[in-house]
Design a protein around this ligand. Structure first.
Ligand code: IPE
Ligand code: IPE
Ligand code: MG
Length: 241
């Protein structure tokens, strides 16, 4: 079983366009997909799930769509947080808090994190105003401040020094990254963290995704042989002997 599954929820716009609907209707339809998937994750005891809700590049979209996405994410939080809390889900956010994120949304994010902070059944992380490069930049800035303050020697900086300054330092790296909608890209998602993740791509558009699709992706993951650059005990590079 994977410990951490990261999902790129993609294809909302195309789902809507195919039905003659507005792109934003596709985002709205993605809510059911998300919560069915969360339900499935709880069912199988997955301890960590991370979903890409809004990227640092998504600000390039038309203002109407950006506004919709800000309000929509806020409304999901407000409508779902008590239910998630009762189910033992710790809700967290990774990404830049300031910048163009409306202050009210940032406040609801902080409140939801505080409300669910003690839950341990599953951690559901929303990557929101998130960019993998921005995350590394932010980590390097904090590290540079420690160097400037004389607390850290440049020569002692290693991978753990970077990892310690990521948005969620206690989050294990994803074992599996799933992307929907037939796009074969990372799109600046969890760049540091996916170094050795298994990647599964599906043509299903996000609003059509359900827990069964998560289970299929996990089955595919279970058929993979992870080597992390090494070879197996028999000296086989395949690990499948
Ligand atoms: C993913 O669906 C949701 C977000 C990026 C917020 P898209 O809106 O990217 O849908 P497509 O890729 O245009 O179909
Ligand atoms: C990635 O999807 C971001 C989210 C799912 C929130 P995009 O649709 O924004 O990615 P690109 O533009 O196709 O790479
Ligand atoms: Mg897309």
């Amino acid at each position: 079983m994977p410990k951490h599954v990261a999902i790129v929820m993609d294809g909302n716009g195309r789902w809507a366009q195919r039905r003659g609907l507005k792109r934003t209707d596709g985002h709205a339809a993605g809510e059911e997909a998300l919560f069915d998937t969360v339900e499935g994750a709880l069912e199988i005891g997955l301890p960590w799930m991370t979903v890409y809700a809004f990227s640092t590049e998504n600000w390039r979209r038309p203002l109407d769509e950006v506004r919709f996405l800000m309000r929509f994410n806020e409304s999901i939080l407000l409508r779902r947080r008590d239910d998630l809390n009762e189910r033992g889900v710790r809700v967290r956010f990774i990404g830049r808090r300031g910048g163009r994120v409306p202050r009210r949304v940032a406040q609801h994010i902080a409140d939801t994190e505080a409300l669910t902070a003690k839950n341990r059944r599953m951690t559901l992380t929303f990557a929101f105003n998130y960019g993998g490069r921005a995350e590394i930049v932010d980590a390097v800035r904090k590290l540079a401040e420690e160097v400037a303050a004389g607390k850290v020697k440049p020569g002692s900086i290693d991978e753990r020094s970077i990892a310690r300054h990521l948005y969620a330092p206690d989050m294990p790296d994803p074992d599996l990254m799933v992307r929907t909608s037939g796009e074969y890209r990372i799109s600046n998602y969890l760049l540091w963290e996916v170094a050795y993740s298994e990647l599964v791509f599906t043509d299903v558009l996000w609003p059509d995704f359900r827990r069964e699709n998560l289970f299929d992706a996990i089955s595919e993951f279970q058929g993979r042989s992870r080597r992390f650059g090494a070879i197996d005990a028999d000296g086989n590079p395949t690990g499948d002997a």
